[in-house]
Design a protein around this ligand. Structure first.
Ligand code: HEM
Length: 150
């Protein structure tokens, strides 16, 4: 199913897709780094409370709206006539990577709640490794959508 009108705004839809995914990725790369630093701080300290505010604002004011916008503009691109070949391999890999990225977003939100309630038990190493996940997924997604290797 496609919507013919969307052909007229295709370059705009793509521009806003890219703008919103940049904001989403910026937050997804930065929030786990905040968790790495937050791990080192004593719960209940003033500094810990400051991290909680930064984490809440980053998630609520940037990452969540940017993810919603990326999905909306991405789905509008999907509905644009002649843009997507549903059987193309690159599209399936991109979709899988985007779903994993959205799941990772959910994980970040859950871990933020643990920090908020001073009950994080995961070691710093966990967040260091988690920090690499969005980077790897982003590389896969961009190669799929630009190079389209299969
Ligand atoms: C959230 C769900 C997403 C959907 C449904 C979606 C879907 C699409 C579609 C259909 C296109 C059009 C391809 C074309 O113009 O031929 C596109 C373009 C693009 N997408 Fe996504 N996308 C999503 C998320 C993402 C994410 C998370 C990234 C990067 C991390 C990304 C990176 C790009 C880029 C760079 C382009 C432009 C490629 C070009 O120059 O043609 N997308 N997307």
């Amino acid at each position: 199913m496609t919507i013919p009108f969307l052909s007229f705004c295709y370059p705009w839809t793509k521009a806003f897709h890219i703008i919103s995914l940049i904001a989403w990725m910026a937050g997804m790369l930065y929030l786990p780094r905040l968790y790495v630093y937050h791990c080192e701080i004593r719960p209940g300290s003033l500094e810990s409370e400051r991290f909680k505010v930064m984490e809440r604002r980053l998630l609520r004011q940037i990452i969540n709206p940017a993810m919603i916008a990326t999905w909306i503009f991405g789905l509008l691109l999907v509905l644009t006539p002649g843009i997507l070949n549903w059987s193309a391999g690159w599209w399936h890999v991109k979709l899988a990577a985007v779903l994993l990225l959205s799941g990772f977003h959910g994980g970040l939100a859950r871990w933020r709640r643990d920090f908020l309630e001073d009950r994080n038990t995961r070691p710093q190493r966990f967040y260091r490794i988690a920090n690499e996940v969005p980077t790897v997924l982003m590389i896969v997604i961009v190669i799929m959508v630009v190079v389209r290797p299969f």
